[in-house]
Write a protein that binds this ligand. Structure first.
Ligand code: OAD
Length: 244
């Protein structure tokens, strides 16, 4: 993979970087992406599982599905792409990692202050009192967890279709996109908004925008460079340049 002179020079000097990741960064860990011929949304209907009405209609089914995914995700490990971004954070003083992923793999790889736009499968909260819970147990005896404080139904802390993003998280991401010099968009098809607007915000405010993906995407024509290939191979190379 060829790193352009422009990107090489920027990596050397920049102290301000923002990175947006999507499902593609976790693909090499074995977590399925959403789109594409083998993607999750080609097999499942999000309208039956990933929205609040579906949850209220059948919380058992929705919990069964998230519990299944949680088990799968527990068994996978962060890959060199996740570790490269955790390392990059140590090398760049103003570094912001924004993710659309709910798989917790950035945090497991050591990244700090991750802005999680779509929630985290490791967390849940009560739909009545809003209290957060970690490690909620779902089993054949306890198919729908209830809040120990108010007995309300507990739901996964995942942003479903038609829902607002967690308060303040997108705003913080947009601020980082606004002020950064280098913006990387990694492993995302860039079709889900407002996440997909972050590279555009960055570019509008003068950042150099680089896309890392297996294929060209919706925003390829709006970035300065697209590096085609695996995130787990390209990101460690960018870290190496930064370390030079
Ligand atoms: P997608 O599944 O839409 O896109 C994943 C992208 O990663 C595709 O463009 C792939 O080509 C690319 N890709 C696959 N393997 C890769 C690798 N090893 N290295 C680099 N790129 C690779 O996933 P997202 O863009 O994350 O939202 O989807 C955005 C949102 O849509 C998700 O957060 C989810 C979904 O509905 C919610 O659940 C709220």
């Amino acid at each position: 993979m060829n790193i352009s002179d422009k990107l090489r020079a920027l990596l050397h000097m920049t102290e301000s970087m923002c990175v947006l990741t999507g499902a593609g960064i976790s693909a090499e860990s074995g977590v399925e992406t959403f789109r594409g011929s083998n993607g999750l949304w080609s097999k499942l209907k999000p309208e039956e599982l990933a929205n609040f009405d579906a949850f209220m209609r059948n919380p058992e089914l929705v919990w069964e599905w998230y519990n299944y995914r949680k088990t799968l995700i527990h068994d996978v490990k962060p890959n060199p792409g996740h570790y490269a971004l955790a390392r990059m954070q140590e090398l760049v003083s103003d570094f912001t990692l924004v993710t659309q992923n709910i798989d917790n793999l950035h945090i497991r790889a050591g990244s700090k202050n991750v802005l999680e736009l779509h929630g985290n499968i490791e967390r849940s909260y009560c739909i009545d009192c809003g209290k957060f819970a970690a490690d909620v147990e779902v089993s054949s005896e306890n198919k729908v967890p209830h809040c120990p404080t108010c007995n309300g139904i507990i739901r996964p802390d995942i942003v479903w279709f038609g829902e607002m993003l967690p308060e303040g998280v997108f705003e913080a991401a947009a601020k980082a996109a606004n002020r950064c010099e280098l913006f990387l968009t990694v492993g995302t098809s860039a079709v889900v908004y407002p996440a997909a607007s972050l590279p555009l915000i960055a570019r509008k405010n003068g950042a150099y925008v680089v896309e890392i993906n297996m294929e060209r995407t919706e925003i390829s024509h709006n970035v300065h460079e697209t590096l085609l290939g695996k995130a787990g191979e390209i990101l460690p190379q960018l870290v190496k340049v930064k370390e030079e």
